[in-house]
Design a protein around this ligand. Structure first.
Ligand SMILES: *[C@@H]1O[C@H](CO)[C@@H](O)[C@H](O)[C@H]1NC(C)=O
Ligand SMILES: *[C@@H]1O[C@H](CO)[C@@H](O)[C@H](O)[C@H]1NC(C)=O
Ligand SMILES: *[C@@H]1O[C@H](CO)[C@@H](O)[C@H](O)[C@H]1NC(C)=O
Ligand SMILES: *[C@@H]1O[C@H](CO)[C@@H](O)[C@H](O)[C@H]1NC(C)=O
Ligand SMILES: *[C@@H]1O[C@H](CO)[C@@H](O)[C@H](O)[C@H]1NC(C)=O
Ligand SMILES: *[C@@H]1O[C@H](CO)[C@@H](O)[C@H](O)[C@H]1NC(C)=O
Ligand SMILES: *[C@@H]1O[C@H](CO)[C@@H](O)[C@H](O)[C@H]1NC(C)=O
Ligand SMILES: *[C@@H]1O[C@H](CO)[C@@H](O)[C@H](O)[C@H]1NC(C)=O
Ligand SMILES: *[C@@H]1O[C@H](CO)[C@@H](O)[C@H](O)[C@H]1NC(C)=O
Length: 495
């Protein structure tokens, strides 16, 4: 189909979507609420294979901290909620915690931050009075060890601290915690630290009962009649992730603090859920995390803070089968406990610098929601000016069926990308293309760059190790109060 137009010179501006901005990163959470915990050395091997350079631990597991030594991986350690009261009530206990869990490992293990507690205000609100004290005591201990410039202290909050996150411009922290929040922000300001936010569009979307288009949760293009607009600022929000991060910025500003960056300490999507959780699927999880990585690595901030890159930790590396709650709670991982991939993901965005001509395991395919005529334009360009080898998608050849623009464009985009990537070729095609680590080959249709293997991970070691650790809550996003607002601002385009 439509290959007749190859000769037509189609001028398509292929922009480089992913300007690598120094310092922007997507890291990953490593939880341990599992019946079989992979060995620390396997964890490091997986991280290195995935080119993941930043991790967040829920605790300060000593085997893990040892394994991270001299790997170049930056580590955020966690002081668990169960330890908070002790450390918040005693300078000695805080100093002891720093000695055992931080000072003993730096500099060979690059510990750069401590997350104090997990969602303390919403999960153990009666510990709120000691939260900032614990942070201060830990900071004093760092100062005494001369580590305060290397290690930043903060505490992750759930979206539950912001009762009405939409529209972002009017968001504010629940005033119950005014004084705690003020002390917390003052501490961050004084120590040059950052606000830790657990932002989970999965909860925002799935509990909103269909108010949001799923594209909004998954960072996919919104049709002109479903734009999400803040009625006060007229900022368009391309994703719920951006609107959550902006809600945090506006809430901080409402308490008259500025210049405190927001770092997203947890965000992700479950790959499996119970029968009442239809949106927890492998496809949605892969799409969310793929698009999240590309979104974050583009280096821009949310609409109100365009220059504040959103450093982010994906939730999470492994499925945690012992996490309490619904089926989806146990299925946020990129990997099963047996260390095979649930789905694969490219952490490097398109900045995949390989010495060889093929992109080695990364494929460029048509986005599933791409507009048909845009796909046709991209396909014509790839097979024409782009000089992709489009033989395989000709009638009678292995990749002709299914005879759709999407399939043909995927083949042509990928062939173009594999040939040109090392010379700077990009995977964009008028924003109708995306990168994936999933080999799109099927049957006898083999995509360029495919190794011909159906396996997704070389790591299959069965590792035994210490199991258990306390459970950790992921933010529950209260939606009923925002539903009304969203309905109001899904504006209908007039054209
Ligand atoms: C980066 O992502 C934001 C949010 O989706 C978008 O508004 C912006 O245009 C992107 N920037 C580039 C350079 O692609
Ligand atoms: C640790 O990480 C920080 C922050 O990125 C970096 O500046 C520093 O060079 C790293 N230290 C080591 C020893 O790798
Ligand atoms: C603020 O938090 C308190 C304590 O958890 C809760 O009772 C109250 O309903 C919250 N306010 C809003 C507006 O959600
Ligand atoms: C919290 O701060 C806001 C903004 O300054 C103020 O309007 C509100 O009355 C305060 N609430 C409490 C409980 O102190
Ligand atoms: C923030 O600053 C404004 C202007 O100085 C002031 O009116 C307001 O009360 C302040 N709010 C808080 C929470 O300190
Ligand atoms: C790993 O675990 C998953 C989920 O339990 C299972 O589907 C898969 O077959 C296992 N893979 C191997 C190689 O054991
Ligand atoms: C490039 O390909 C050659 C030959 O297949 C291989 O020996 C070499 O290791 C590859 N280099 C990289 C960086 O992948
Ligand atoms: C184009 O691809 C076909 C297989 O689809 C192959 O037989 C042919 O050699 C390729 N042509 C070039 C110039 O690479
Ligand atoms: C991959 O798996 C599919 C379905 O199991 C099979 O038809 C195909 O031949 C396999 N491809 C390769 C290259 O092994």
């Amino acid at each position: 189909m439509l290959l007749a137009k190859w000769q037509t010179a189609i001028i398509l501006v292929l922009t480089c979507m992913f300007a690598e901005v120094a310092g922007v990163f997507v890291g990953i959470n490593i939880g341990t609420d599992m019946s079989t915990v992979p060995s620390a050395s396997d964890v490091v091997a997986i991280l290195q294979a995935q080119k993941i350079t930043h991790v967040r631990l829920v605790d300060a597991d000593h085997n893990m901290l040892n394994a991270f030594a001299n790997t170049g991986i930056e580590v955020m350690v966690g002081l668990q909620n169960s330890e908070l009261l002790r450390v918040g009530q005693s300078k000695t206990a805080a100093a002891d915690w720093i000695t055992k869990n931080v000072a003993a490992y730096v500099p060979s293990t690059n510990i750069t931050a401590i997350g104090v507690g997990s969602e303390v205000l919403t999960s153990i609100p009666n510990a709120a009075p000691v939260l900032v004290l614990a942070m201060q005591f830990l900071h004093s201990a760092l100062v005494a060890s001369n580590l305060n410039f290397q290690v930043k202290i903060s505490s992750p909050h759930s979206m539950g601290v912001i009762p009405k996150p939409f529209p972002p411009s009017t968001a504010a922290f629940n005033s119950t915690w005014n004084s705690t929040m003020q002390q917390y922000l003052q501490f961050l300001k004084n120590t040059g630290s950052f606000f830790m936010l657990n932002a989970q569009p999965y909860y925002g979307y799935s509990s909103a009962g269909g108010i949001f288009p799923i594209e909004y949760a998954l960072f996919e293009a919104l049709t002109p009649n479903k734009q999400i607009v803040d009625p006060n600022t007229l900022f368009h929000y391309n994703s719920m992730f951006d609107s959550m991060v902006d809600a945090a910025y506006y809430s901080i500003a409402a308490l008259n603090f500025t210049g405190i960056p927001v770092v997203v300490t947890e965000t992700g999507w479950p790959s499996l859920g119970g029968s009442d959780e239809p949106d927890a699927t492998v496809d949605n999880a892969r799409i969310y995390n793929d698009n999240l990585i590309q979104r974050v690595l583009n280096g821009s901030g949310p609409p109100s803070q365009p220059n504040m890159a959103i450093n982010t930790y994906i939730f999470e590396l492994f499925n945690e089968d012992l996490r309490p709650g619904r089926t989806s709670e146990k299925n946020w991982g990129l990997f099963f406990q047996n260390e095979t991939a649930v789905y694969s993901l490219s952490f490097s965005g398109v900045e995949n610098t390989q010495a060889n001509s093929t992109a080695s395991g990364v494929f460029c395919v048509a986005k599933s929601d791409a507009d048909q005529s845009a796909l046709k334009t991209g396909l014509d360009w790839a097979c024409g000016i782009g000089s992709a080898n489009c033989t395989a998608i000709q009638p009678g050849n292995p990749c002709f069926e299914p005879n759709t623009y999407s399939n043909h464009a995927s083949y042509a985009y990928n062939d173009y990308y594999q040939r040109t990537q090392s010379a700077g070729g990009t995977c964009n095609f008028g924003n109708t293309a995306m990168l994936t680590k999933t080999d799109p080959s099927y049957g006898s249709c083999v995509f360029t760059g495919s190794t011909g293997s159906n396996s997704t991970s070389g790591l299959t070691t069965q590792a035994l190790g210490p199991s258990g650790s306390q459970s950790k809550g992921t933010s529950k996003f209260i939606v009923d109060k925002i539903a009304f607002f969203i309905t109001v601002v899904i504006v209908l385009a007039q054209f």
